[in-house]
Design a protein around this ligand. Sequence first.
Ligand code: IPE
Ligand code: IPE
Ligand code: MG
Length: 236
Amino acid sequence: MSTDISGLRPSHVGIIMDGNGRWAKERGLPRTEGHREGLKAAKRIVKAAKELGIACISFYVFSTENWKRAQEEVNFLMFLIVDHLAQEFDFYRDNNVRVLHSGDLAGLPKNVQAEILKVVSDTAANESITVNLAINYGGKNEILRAVNALIREGSELKADIQEDDIRRHLDNPELPDPDLIIRTSGELRTSNFLLWGSAYSELYFSPKLWPDWEKADLEAAVDEFNRRQRLYGGMR
Ligand code: IPE
Ligand code: IPE
Ligand code: MG
């Protein structure tokens, strides 16, 4: 029996980019070099995703739990984010990338907030691919902020909150749920990523460290996704 897989291309892929620190350690380099290489890998994968016809890719850049790391590491990651967003407008323009942000913007340093808002606004009309940057993102935090926003609506708050009430208060409610979530570097967990949206995501775990990721790795993940049968609770 032949199966038409054309409809199975993931339209939204989420990536938990893990392993930057181990990549650097293996080479006797400081962790900061791992993060720099991780950023290069993210740019490669954006281009690859565009070529594969993926409409949206969400990158887990910095979690609400990552503040626990050493202050120098947190400072470097914030620097890298701001520096990248400020310097690489050409990358987004040349690749026609629309940038979105997920996460608690108000909890970020003011200069990081400003760069995020600027790139989101500057790229709003781009339409080849949407790149959603999860920065100061936690899945539980996103749901909490959605519930608090509902409560702030006050008079409209009914005792019987529906799924759609939560959904429309998520960070980017217009994005479809992620079809496929990839985690690199061998850890078998999702670490508070896209908690609501990933309810029925297919999960793909790769042993390869994030800075080593190439287009072929994304292709392998998409091929595997295409072989999955999604049931959503239904029958085979
Ligand atoms: C992922 O790499 C990047 C961030 C979480 C910011 P890690 O820094 O977690 O790398 P490992 O897990 O220490 O190898
Ligand atoms: C998840 O990676 C967060 C990001 C990739 C930004 P971590 O390295 O922080 O996750 P844990 O601590 O291993 O679960
Ligand atoms: Mg890690």
